[in-house]
Design a protein around this ligand. Structure first.
Ligand code: FAD
Length: 281
């Protein structure tokens, strides 16, 4: 449980961080909260030769409202999101369910998205809300939509020299939300998780619904068949149960020591119904 030897720098600006990554070569890595990278290093599943710690780079932390969006700095820890239910809705709900308070104090939203673990909660939130990240590299900044960010398990569209600087999430005024996560122990990663946001028409029918799935494939997924089944329908128990029956359509959940594929498919259907009920409630 001792990492391989590495160098460590703490740049004072984004430009310095990008330059350090470039000069450090292909085995240089950014360090945010360290709660995904350092465990991998201790297990020697990752052996970066240089860690570029983002802690002193200004402007990467905090939550602010900007034109119908929430702008969240990449170095904002989960703990700063978890109590902002009135502002951040689904994001706060999912952040509060991540591991334990120690992990939430250190782990960051940028680190979680860059790591690209399909069992993590915030990647699913990004995909469900149709948010985006801003990535800064040697050639400037570019925006990457959440739907384009996750390519495969632990694989994202980020270039090795790019730093996520901020996350932009639509505020979705008037939407209800739900996040249901099934774990063996309270602090575990999701065996399966389901994120839902719903907008109701005045007559109680569904104007818009988005459903995201955690750990049901190699990337976070959208349950589009559930969404299509529910749009325009009354948000009552019969419609919710009928729509949730499609939750595992098109998924390929990884079987692991906690759950078979079939069990995860069953969980996806059950948790989708629960998340829809709380979002519509
Ligand atoms: P780091 O570990 O510092 O970095 C992770 C990766 O992202 C590295 O490759 C790094 O180079 C890269 N990176 C970091 N920041 C940036 C950036 N700004 N731009 C580009 N690349 C960057 N997560 C959940 O979602 N749900 C859970 O239930 C959960 N349970 C956990 C339980 C335990 C015991 C632990 C230790 C972690 C758990 N996590 C869980 C993961 C936790 O949320 C991590 O903190 C998070 O996934 C990574 O964030 P970090 O800031 O620690 O990133």
């Amino acid at each position: 449980m001792i990492p391989a030897e590495f160098d460590y720098v703490v740049p004072d600006s984004l430009d310095e961080a990008i330059a350090a990554l470039r000069d450090g070569g292909e085995d240089a890595k950014l360090l945010a909260g360290g709660h995904s990278l350092v465990p991998l290093m201790k297990l020697r599943l990752a052996a970066p030769t240089l860690l570029v710690d983002l802690r002193n780079v200004p402007g990467l932390r905090g939550v602010e409202r900007q034109n119908g969006h929430w702008r969240i700095g990449a170095m904002t820890p989960h703990a700063e999101l978890q109590d902002r239910h009135d502002d951040l809705g689904l994001t706060a709900h999912a952040a509060k369910g991540i591991a334990d308070q120690q992990v939430r104090n250190r782990g960051t939203i940028g680190g979680s998205l860059a790591h690209g673990d399909s069992a993590s909660d915030l990647p699913t939130v990004l995909v469900t809300l149709e948010g985006a990240v801003t990535a800064m590299g040697p050639d400037g900044a570019r925006e990457i939509a959440g739907t384009d960010l996750f390519l495969d398990y632990l694989t994202t569209a980020l270039d090795p020299l790019e730093v996520i600087t901020e996350v932009r999430l639509p505020a979705l005024e008037g939407y209800g939300h739900g996040y249901e996560k099934f774990t063996r122990r309270a602090e575990d990663w999701a065996m399966v998780g389901v994120a839902v946001v719903v907008l109701k028409n005045e007559d109680g029918t569904c104007a818009d619904v988005r459903v995201g799935l955690t750990n049901m494939g190699s990337t976070p997924l959208r349950a589009t068949e559930v969404e299509n089944a529910l749009r325009g329908q009354p948000l009552d128990e019969a419609s919710i149960v009928a729509a949730a029956a499609h939750a595992d359509a098109g998924t390929n959940p990884p079987a692991d020591r906690n759950a078979s594929q079939d069990y995860k498919r069953h969980l996806a259907r059950v948790l989708t119904a629960r998340a829809l009920r709380s979002a519509a409630g």
